[in-house]
Design a protein around this ligand. Structure first.
Ligand SMILES: NC(=O)c1ccc[n+]([C@@H]2O[C@H](COP(=O)([O-])OP(=O)(O)OC[C@H]3O[C@@H](n4cnc5c(N)ncnc54)[C@H](OP(=O)(O)O)[C@@H]3O)[C@@H](O)[C@H]2O)c1
Length: 393
C-alpha cells in the first residue's frame, strides 16, 4: 500500500474541529493560504457539528469521509464538569472511534495541564487522573489515556500534541498569554502576580501547521505517540511581563512581587464581591485564567527533545515569543481598540480610518457617497452570464 502523503495522488480531504479557535483557525488558514489546492479542509462550526452529540460526529464524518481528522475543539476553560466531559473527552473519543472506522490519522491537541510542575518534563511525565484536578486537566488526561488504549486495542492511528502557553495572532477569546498581554495593556495589573525565577514553556501557533503537515505525511514516524510542541527556551514570567510593559511604554505593573497567599486571598475576595454584585443583578465574572493563578507561581517547562530528535525541521528557528512581540502588540492593540475593549492606547489611523471617521462623524455624507458610487451591480459579474456563476450550495 502507498503510504499516506498529502502530496500523493488525489487531493486529500481533511476535517478540523475547532476551526474558529486560535489553533484551529491558524491551521485552516495555513492550508487555505500557504498550501492552496493541496487539501480540501472542512471546519464545521459547533453549530453544524457539536462534539456533544455523537450522532452529529458520526453522520458528519461518515458522510464527508475525510483522509485525516484534527481536533482542536474545547469547551470554555471554566466550563462545568458535564460540558467539559462531553466536549473535551467524549467528543474527542467519538471522533477517534470514527477515525478508527475510517482508518484515517487523527491529530488530537492536549495541554501542559496534564503534567506536574517541574523542569524539562518529558512526554511520559503525565499526571495520574484524580478527582481534585480541574475539569480541563482531567478531561485532557482521560482523553490521552483512552486514545492510547484505542491505539493498542482498535488500531487507531493518532498523535497527541501537547501545547504550553500559546502565543500568536487571532485569539478572539483573549485567553492565556493574550489575557496577560491584555491585562498589562489595559493597566489592570498593578503589581507582579508571580515570583522571581518562575519559568514556563511557550508554543508558537504560527509554527504549528507546519508540524501538522509534516506529521500527516510521516505517519510511520509520528503515529501512536505524544509530542510536546514548545519553543526550545523557556522564559521567566517576570521577564515576560516586564518586557511587555517596556514595549508598551507603561509604568505598570510596578516591580513589586505579590506573594501567592496574598494573591489567592485577593482572588477569593474578588469572587465574593462578584457574587454580591450578581445577587443584585449585575452579572460579571473574573477572567477564567485566574483559576490557574497557582501556575503563575510554579515553574513548569516541557522538554522538546522528542520532537527535536524527529525528522521535523522548525520552519522559523529564530522565532520566539519575544521576536513576535512587536507584531502581536500591534495586532492586538489595534483589534482591542477597534472593539472598544481598551482605551489606553491611541492606535495610529490605518488606511481605512477615513471611512471609520466618516461613519462616526458624518454618516449622512457617507451614505450619500455610497449611494452615488457604491451600489451598482457588479460589472464583471454582469458581463458573465448567470450560467458561469458557481451553483447554489
Ligand atoms: N490556547 C492555549 O493557550 C492552549 C494551551 C494549551 C493547549 N491548548 C489546546 O489547544 C487546542 C485549541 O485551543 P484554542 O486555544 O485554539 O481553543 P479556543 O480558541 O478556545 O477554540 C475552541 C474551539 O472549540 C470549538 N468548540 C467549543 N465547543 C464545541 C462543541 N460543543 N462542538 C464543537 N466545537 C466546539 C469552538 O467552536 P465554536 O466557536 O464554533 O463554538 C472553538 O472553535 C485545545 O485542545 C487546547 O486544550 C491551547
Amino acid at each position: 500500500m502507498v503510504p499516506f502523503n498529502l502530496e500523493n495522488g488525489e487531493k486529500k480531504r481533511g476535517v478540523l474541529f475547532g476551526g474558529s479557535g486560535l489553533i484551529g483557525g491558524t491551521i485552516v488558514n495555513y492550508f487555505k493560504t500557504k498550501k492552496p489546492g493541496l487539501v480540501d479542509i472542512r471546519a464545521p462550526s459547533s453549530k453544524k457539528v457539536s462534539l456533544r452529540d455523537c450522532r452529529d460526529i458520526r453522520e458528519y464524518l461518515l458522510t464527508v469521509r475525510p483522509d485525516f481528522i484534527i481536533n482542536t475543539a474545547i469547551a470554555n476553560i471554566d466550563a462545568g464538569s458535564q460540558l467539559t466531559f462531553e466536549v473535551n473527552y467524549l467528543g474527542a473519543i467519538n471522533i477517534a472511534r470514527a477515525a478508527a472506522t475510517l482508518k484515517v490519522p487523527y491529530i488530537f491537541f492536549s495541554s501542559a495541564a496534564t503534567l506536574p510542575p517541574g523542569t524539562n518534563l518529558e512526554e511520559a511525565d503525565q499526571l495520574p487522573v484524580t478527582a481534585r484536578q480541574s475539569n480541563y486537566a482531567k478531561s485532557k488526561l482521560m482523553a490521552e489515556q483512552t486514545l492510547r488504549y484505542m491505539a493498542e486495542n482498535s488500531g487507531l492511528d493518532y498523535t497527541v500534541l501537547r501545547l504550553a502557553v500559546v502565543y500568536g495572532s487571532h485569539d478572539h477569546k483573549i485567553q492565556g498569554f493574550h489575557r496577560l498581554l491584555f491585562s498589562i495593556a489595559d493597566k489592570s495589573m498593578p503589581f507582579m502576580f508571580t515570583k522571581k525565577g518562575v519559568i514556563h514553556s511557550y508554543s508558537s501557533s504560527r509554527k504549528l501547521p507546519y508540524l501538522i503537515h509534516h506529521m500527516l505525511n510521516n505517519r510511520q514516524e509520528y503515529g501512536g505517540n505524544t509530542y510536546h510542541f514548545v519553543d526550545r527556551d523557556p522564559i521567566e514570567l517576570a521577564r515576560m511581563i516586564l518586557t511587555i510593559k517596556s514595549q508598551l511604554g507603561l509604568s505598570r505593573p510596578k516591580e513589586l512581587y505579590v506573594p501567592y497567599t496574598v494573591a489567592r486571598a485577593g482572588k477569593n475576595g474578588a469572587k465574593g464581591i462578584l457574587r454580591m454584585l450578581t445577587s443584585i443583578g449585575l452579572k460579571t465574572t473574573l477572567p477564567p485564567e485566574l483559576m490557574f493563578l497557582g501556575a503563575f507561581y510554579r515553574t513548569q517547562t516541557l522538554s522538546c527533545q522528542r520532537l527535536a530528535a524527529s525528522s521535523f525541521i522548525d520552519p522559523f528557528p529564530e522565532e520566539t515569543v519575544f521576536s513576535r512581540l512587536p507584531e502581536m502588540i500591534s495586532y492586538y492593540l489595534t483589534r482591542w481598540s477597534h472593539q472598544n475593549l481598551i482605551s489606553t492606547f491611541d492606535v495610529k489611523p490605518g488606511c481605512d480610518d477615513s471611512i471609520g471617521n466618516s461613519f462616526k462623524l458624518n454618516p449622512q455624507a457617507l451614505l450619500d457617497s455610497i449611494h452615488r458610487d457604491g451600489t451598482a451591480p457588479f460589472q464583471d459579474l454582469e458581463d458573465c452570464s448567470l450560467d458561469c456563476l458557481p451553483p447554489k450550495s
